[in-house]
Design a binder for this molecule. Structure first.
Ligand code: PNS
Length: 165
């Protein structure tokens, strides 16, 4: 048997999470079932155009992932693969909703592999209910007074209302 057969696997689930949606949560639930540890990693370098500051995005993520004991929330600056290496992550987890996501995800995965060949990108599919859902559309909907119920956790719905309502 290969010597590493029972290694524990930590996966990093990176993103902007501005804000976390039910689609992200669906993927977190799937990731938490497969990997020993899942670190949800909020990218700081995308802060300038964000609706929520990183601190608030982390707060919301921590609150809504509380029930998963193997899920942790953190933030990172700079290169994702460097953060993954520092945290002992062997896998980068990304969700693919539709074919349109694939090209961007492929480029990113291949670039990350070029920089750090030891880290694998693993793609998972969110539940079909969430295949059209994105933080960008949720924000637009909230800004225009549309219903975001069922698209984001109740806590995020409240924060969105306070922010743009
Ligand atoms: O949810 P998003 O906005 O699609 O997430 C994009 C993210 C944060 C995963 C990506 O922009 C990223 O990894 N940024 C960190 C900087 C980095 O490592 N860039 C090289 C990727 S090839």
């Amino acid at each position: 048997m290969a010597p590493e057969h029972n290694k524990r696997v930590t996966a990093i689930y990176p993103g902007s999470f501005d804000p976390v949606t039910n689609g992200h949560l669906d993927l977190i639930a799937r990731g938490a079932m497969i990997f020993d540890k899942l670190i949800v990693a909020v990218a700081r370098n995308l802060e300038k155009d964000a609706l929520f500051p990183v601190k608030e995005r982390i707060e919301m993520l921590e609150a809504v992932t509380f029930e998963w004991k193997n899920v942790e929330v953190d933030a990172f600056d700079g290169l994702l693969v460097e953060f993954a290496r520092e945290r002992g992550g062997r896998v980068i987890l990304r969700g693919i909703r539709a074919v349109s996501d694939y090209e961007y995800e492929l480029q990113m995965a291949m670039m990350n592999r070029k920089i750090e060949p030891q880290i694998e990108t693993v793609f998972m599919l969110p539940g079909e209910t969430y295949s059209y859902l994105s933080s960008r559309l949720v924000k637009e909907l909230a800004r225009l007074g549309g219903p975001v119920k069922g698209l984001v956790p109740p806590l995020v719905e409240e924060r969105l209302r306070a922010k743009v309502g």
